[in-house]
Ligand binder design. Structure first.
Ligand code: FAD
Length: 388
């Protein structure tokens, strides 16, 4: 039985529909029962728990906000709460689900032909087909528009050359949604495993997101059928619209990681006796716990509002930037405070705080770094671009 008690200082439960609470609670129970008992062992080994993928499909969390093709068609808030609960387990688990749903299924759903949707989406919703999203290149992270990957039209097929780096799920993916330039314009194309000229390498020795596969994708005269190009979008808008979906989920997910470490630190501080009293009774420790619950509450409200704006079709991408930026920062700060409260015990993997802290160093970097999101917000409020 998990001891986890989710902080809800502002009675946010009242703001969620019955369906949203039900979805959240069923994922919470699944994480407790199936994921928590095995995460530390996977984190140590640096492996993703592949055996759980069919269960994720059965739970209905893969592409959960999409309509049709075997997807659950849930509200944005329900989808966000799923990601919150998954990241309460581990950012690697949430990353798997975000990449599958927001970065791979979403573009096929939004920009693909009926044939492409029928071919890939039902299998992806079940977890029978795994996707990865190749945008970043080793020399083009924050500036993806400078990418070198190129598609060449060879009459009845395309030839793809280039490489992608830091790609979540890369080595385990059945298909990659790759961004590459065709006649100078960024396009999204599906490259299936087994395509001649397409290989992957695993990026090893990570301190962060250890229970997640991160890879390099290499395309060397890879022959890709023409019918794999997603016809509905041209330009950087394609990949950026996918990132917007994923960042939305991260805003919720980071709250989950913060909730996990707050809960751990609170429980620990009540039980840890120093100078003959529980450390929770000392003002400095309380100050840290109060900072955490204060910021978690604000993060929860930001995420909830983000979800409702999305539901109403009123969401602006800079609002997503603000929530992603704030909640990743907040969660990382919570980890640092929680680790401090745990004392020496906090540096071992008997406790989850350090694992979450290391993970969040990736989460605050990927899908747009903390500073890049700051500059996106800065551009919005001043009308002046400080990025380029
Ligand atoms: C574990 C992990 C998984 C990932 N998964 C994926 C994936 O599935 N698919 C994918 O495509 N990518 C993925 N990424 C890549 C990720 O999106 C990039 O790492 C991220 O965009 C940052 O790029 P970079 O690492 O090249 O940093 P850089 O762009 O080199 O930035 C380095 C520093 O410079 C700062 N900086 C850069 N430009 C500016 C500027 N104009 N003004 C001020 N500061 C600036 C940044 O804020 C940062 O602090 C993943 C990364 C990690 C770590």
């Amino acid at each position: 039985m998990s001891q986890f008690k989710a902080p809800d200082f502002y009675q946010l439960d009242d703001l969620f529909s019955e369906e949203e609470r039900m979805v959240r609670d069923s994922v919470r129970e699944w994480v407790d029962a199936e994921f928590m008992p095995i995460i530390e062992e996977h984190n140590r080994a640096g492996t993703f728990p592949m055996a759980l993928v069919p269960q994720l499909g059965e739970l209905g969390v893969l592409g959960a906000s999409l309509q049709g093709y075997g997807c659950a068609g849930l509200s944005p808030v329900a989808y966000g709460l799923i990601l919150q609960e998954l990241e309460r387990g581990d950012s690697g688990l949430r990353s798997f689900v975000s990449v599958q749903g927001s970065l791979c299924m979403y573009p096929i759903h939004a920009y693909g032909t009926d044939e492409q949707k029928e071919k890939w989406l039902p299998g992806m919703a079940k977890g029978e087909l795994i996707g990865c999203f190749g945008l970043t290149e080793a020399d083009f992270g924050s500036n993806p528009g400078g990418m070198l990957a190129r598609l060449e039209d060879r009459g009845d097929h395309y030839v793809l050359n280039g490489s992608k780096y830091w790609i979540t799920n890369g080595g385990i993916a059945d298909l990659a949604i790759v961004s590459a330039k065709l006649d100078g314009e960024v396009r999204l194309i599906v490259v299936e495993r087994g395509t001649p000229g397409y290989t992957t390498n695993t990026i090893k020795n990570k301190f962060s997101l250890r229970a997640s596969v991160t890879s390099e994708l290499i395309f060397s005269d890879a022959v890709v059928p023409k019918q794999n190009l997603l016809p509905g979008v041209t330009g950087l808008k394609g990949p950026l619209s996918c990132l917007n979906q994923a960042r939305f989920g991260i805003a919720f997910g980071a709250v989950g990681a913060a909730m996990a470490v707050y809960d751990e630190a609170l429980r620990y501080s009540k039980n840890r006796i120093m100078f003959e009293r529980p450390i929770a009774g000392y003002q400095l420790v309380q100050n840290k716990l109060v900072w955490m619950v204060n910021e978690i509450t604000k993060g929860q409200l930001l995420a909830w509002r983000l979800g409702r704006l999305k539901e109403q079709g009123r969401l602006h991408h800079t609002q997503v930037s603000l929530a992603k930026r704030n909640n990743c920062w907040m969660a990382l700060e919570c980890c640092r405070l929680a680790r401090d409260i745990l004392g020496a015990n906090g540096i071992t993997d008997e406790y989850q705080t350090m694992r979450h802290m290391c993970n969040l160093e990736s989460v605050i970097t990927y899908e747009g770094t903390h500073d890049i999101h700051g500059l996106i917000i800065g551009r919005q409020i001043t009308g002046l671009d400080a990025i380029t």
